[in-house]
Design a binder for this molecule. Sequence first.
Ligand code: ADP
Ligand code: MG
Length: 687
Amino acid sequence: MNRDAIFDQPVRYIKGVGEARARLFSKLGIRTVCDAVNYFPREYEDRTKVKKITEVMDGEECGVCARLISDIAETRPRGNLLITKALVSDGTAFMSLTWFNQGYIRNTLQKGVDYIFFGKIKRTGMRIEMNSPVIEKADQSGKNTGRILPVYSLTRGLTQTHLRNLVENSLKIVRDKLEESLPDDLRKKYKLSQVQFAYEEIHFPKSLSNMETARRRLVFEELLMLQLGLIRSKGVNTQLKGIKFNPVDMGPLLEKLPFSLTNAQKKVFEEIRDDMTSSRRMNRLIQGDVGSGKTIVAVMALYMAVKNGCQGAFMVPTEILAEQHYKSVASLFESLDIKVSLLTGSTKKKEKGKIKQLLKEGKVDIVIGTHAILEDDTEFDRLGLVITDEQHRFGVRQRAKISAKGENPHLLVMTATPIPRTLTLVLYGDLDVSVIDELPPNRKPIDTYAVDESYRQRIYNFIRKNVAQGRQAYIVCPLVEDSEEISAESAEGLAERIRDKELKGLRVGLIHGKMKAADKEAVMRAFVRGELDVLVSTTVIEVGVNVPNATLMVIENAERFGLAQLHQLRGRVGRGEHKSYCILFNQSSSELSRQRMEIMTKTNDGFVISEKDLELRGPGDVFGVRQHGLPEMRIANLYRDIDILKEVQSAVKYIMNNNLLGDERYKSLTDRLDRVMNEKFREIAMN
Ligand code: ADP
Ligand code: MG
């Protein structure tokens, strides 16, 4: 059998695994021998500790080597309960053992024979007991006792023993076939163990420090593949030459603003300016919490491009957002004699044609719009800067598509998703990152309350009171069971109920993901114009939409949302002069939910929130991550492994800067990367 065939063998053919068990393994994602050895333990049980009976302590888990000195006694206090008892001694003391409903014990143990018993000690005065210990003959120990055992995540019908046997047998098959994908120089530089050591010691470690060493290597490798894979699938060459802009006097633009820039805005713009005046093309991400003032920074970059004789494109994910940006930006630019056009899906055909013509001739300086900008017949005369707002809505491919409309135009992407630092490094490994870490002055914090069902009537009264004062409210229903269908129904149900009952008399609108885009836009517009008092929605409410008159955000089943997502939703209010509130209905009584809600009520800082979320729930639930199609990690923990990630980052730089992916010594790494990308990055590449 060739190497691939060995790794690709279905587990069905492995000793002790049949058709039925193979089906159970496949529920865990284990189909092949390769899957099996890459199914890493969740934790470990250290069974190396063996003590004398006199030394054991109450509550301790340990092994005892002792001889069976009594007969096996069985009693049946109730029909369905069998109790088995035995007495053992190791010469220092006695210990009594008890099992429940384990009829086989009678035939397993023999009087006068030495065994290792492993379990939890119960010690009351002189009496020492162990319940349902693991048993191994002393002269045959080493499989289930006397060593560190892996603990795997299971599914119903499988036991640890099933998995341990599967992995052990799979390891036997591939042990000598494991290929070292990390080149020697890299392993030396970053002190990484060899592949065979890593796989053996991660599953059946001889010591916990061996396990740590093994884990470090595997985490490093996984993160390295992820980073190289992302860079490669994006096809972004970070070292591309760009259009070298000249510095521009920003005075005329800044004079027109009714405010002065925050220090954070100034700092970030300087970074942008440095990029655009270098000979390298800019490839930068701006992260800034909702309301931090990203738009004006984008406008400044556009101004600089135009003053350098170039055109700029500003892409946003929805029509409403495009219109809002157009409204606020166009008049500012027109007063500076800069021509701005709006291009969206609903721009009339004739008008569209005209705008495209002007763009092509270079008579429009800036185009603001949606995906319509990406259409094949949108051409530019001299595109110098492309900005995408709320970047997680745009795939990499779309970014690539628009930048192909110019010659290496500078790229700026903006996001309000406060992604924790680690994830930023992973997801945007190819981008330089700027953070606007300061809100404009005089922002009123949004008061947030976490409440339970008993508050429902009071909350509806509160909505009425706000509406009576001329304000508007959002009520957000969660995504149910990951199904937009069911969620839409639940939102519909809620809207109907409150229209007829609790909020009778108010104008209640509904918006959900199952509606046609045009219908969604129509409802959203009505809300923007103040023709609706309350908007019930699933999580589709558009990012970035600005309705300053909305002051109340009510979130149903808040416990089901990621914190960062709650924070984004909360950012829909507090955008005007009026005091705003966010009400979180927490329908769960779990301690974790309570903690998470408390974080929301205590802080308005998106980065703090997303870090906490990552810590409490893991990366899969951090908002924005799914949209990126971040592949699931097998062993790396993006929260805990930040130190390794930083080393990986430096390794990636080293590899890219020295062009090592094409190097003969790095062939095994490149091959491995190809394979990993085939498996994991299909989705990302499709975007
Ligand atoms: P976001 O980062 O969420 O896109 P915006 O760019 O929409 O935020 O800005 C939010 C609001 O803050 C806008 O009304 C904008 O005019 C205002 N703003 C931006 N920068 C400042 C500043 N330095 N001082 C005061 N207000 C500002
Ligand atoms: Mg914005």
